[in-house]
Every structure is written in structure tokens, then in C-alpha cells.
Design a protein around this ligand. Structure first.
Ligand SMILES: [Zn+2]
Length: 235
């Protein structure tokens, strides 16, 4: 299960890994907490409204998922640019985790505030990843947290591992050489965000940088939390 704040977050960050897993037979569900209604100043016409943009971006996300081999996308409909690490959102993500019962969750790193000196992490990204981690542990696996979910028939679920992208301490490197072109193709489906810009060069450079530590030509790197893997003490 890939949990992200906006349409296109997944394609920028973890599209290669998900494409690889999908090709290996994994069933993947993408959870998009907002539908990206705020868009981008660069590529949104001045007369664009949130209401008009939402269905377009949802369709772009579905199309990007199809390219990656993901058939299921869930939109939670939160407002783009306004995400808070709220209990309501934690309950919602807990509900979804208990419903789909994923082995692994993929999300961002809520501790990341600054990337180098040119990008301050978007508050929606921080909120989304903070809540995703809190939903995985302790909420999804603890019976008496959100007992109202039990009444919906949603039993506790232990997520085995969490793949955290964009971390300052990556320890796991997924070789995406064979699916790099798929990652780029999926990202290009977000036409309202890309405009005429071709992301190939930047995505290729990022993949090269992330792979360098392991001498991989192209990789996506993660901080991996092994919470309940089979054979582990608590599994
Ligand atoms: Zn984003």
C-alpha cells in the first residue's frame, strides 16, 4: 500500500519500486489523501478552480497507476495544501489499512523538513507521512484503538514492513534500472503538472544518485522498518 499526500508524489518518488513489485505479482493499492486541487502555479491556467482540477488530477493519477501496473486507487478527498496530522485522518488510514491488510506500506519521511538548500518539504507531505506511520503503528494493530472500527468488522492488522522514501538515512536500495522508463512514463501522465517539461533527465539523475552508494545505475532508496516480518521476534 502506497500512501501519499498528492497525485504525482508516488510517481516522483517510488514509481520504479512499485512498478517492479507489480511486475513481480504484488497487488498494490495507492492511497491519495488529497486530490491535488491546488495544482501548480506554473501549469494551471489562471481561470482554473479547485473543483475543475480535482477530477482531472484523479484521472491522471489513475492513468499513472495503470502505467505502473496498479489497478486500485483510493482518494480520501482531503483538501490540498491544508493537511493536518489529525486523529480523523489517522482513523481513516487505519480503516484502510485494516480493510486492505497490506504486507508493506510505502510512505514519506515526516522528519524531513529541508532537502538541501532549495526545497522545504511540503507540509502536506509531512502530515501524510506522519499519520501513515501512526496508522501503521500502533493504530492498525491495536484492537482497542479506534474501537468503532471493530464495529465495522475491521479487525487489527500487523503491517510487516514500512518503506520510507526521501529519508536522510536510507538503508535499502531497490534497483529500478529495468523500470526506469516506466517510472518516467507514469510521471508524464500528470499532464497538468508537467506542462511541456520532460522529467526524464531529472528522474534519471535522481535514480543515479540514489543508486551510487550501491553501485546501481538506477535506484530508489528507503529507510526500511521491519516491524513484523515473518521469523522476527515480534512477528
Ligand atoms: Zn506532493
Amino acid at each position: 500500500m502506497s500512501i501519499q499526500a498528492h497525485p504525482d508524489d508516488q510517481e516522483f518518488t517510488v514509481g520504479g519500486t512499485l512498478a517492479k513489485w507489480a511486475r513481480a505479482g504484488s497487488h498494490i493499492v495507492t492511497v491519495c489523501i488529497t486530490s491535488g486541487g491546488a495544482g501548480s502555479n506554473d501549469h494551471s491556467p489562471l481561470d482554473m478552480t479547485r473543483e475543475a482540477l480535482v477530477p482531472i488530477r484523479e484521472e491522471e493519477q489513475r492513468q499513472a497507476c495503470r502505467v505502473l501496473g496498479i489497478s486500485e486507487v483510493v482518494f480520501l478527498g482531503y483538501e490540498d495544501g491544508m493537511l493536518e496530522p489529525s486523529l480523523a485522518l489517522r482513523r481513516e488510514l487505519t480503516r484502510i489499512i485494516r480493510r486492505y491488510r497490506p504486507d508493506a506500506v510505502v510512505c514519506g519521511d515526516p522528519t524531513m523538513r529541508f532537502y538541501g538548500s532549495i526545497y522545504m518539504n511540503h507540509p502536506d507531505h509531512r502530515a501524510a507521512s506522519d499519520v501513515a506511520l501512526d496508522a501503521v503503528f500502533p493504530s492498525a494493530e491495536t484492537r482497542l484503538i479506534f474501537p468503532e472500527l471493530l464495529a465495522e468488522g475491521l479487525e487489527p492488522h500487523k503491517v510487516q514492513s514500512v518503506f520510507i522514501h526521501g529519508s536522510a538515512q536510507p538503508d535499502t536500495f531497490i534497483d529500478i534500472s529495468e523500470v526506469l522508463s516506466v517510472k518516467v512514463a507514469a510521471l508524464k501522465e500528470h499532464r497538468t503538472q508537467m506542462g511541456s517539461w520532460d522529467p526524464t533527465e531529472m528522474i534519471t539523475a535522481w535514480a543515479r544518485e540514489q543508486g551510487a552508494k550501491r553501485r546501481l545505475k538506477a535506484a530508489e532508496s528507503f529507510r526500511l522498518m521491519r516491524l513484523h516480518e515473518p521469523g522476527s521476534a515480534t512477528g
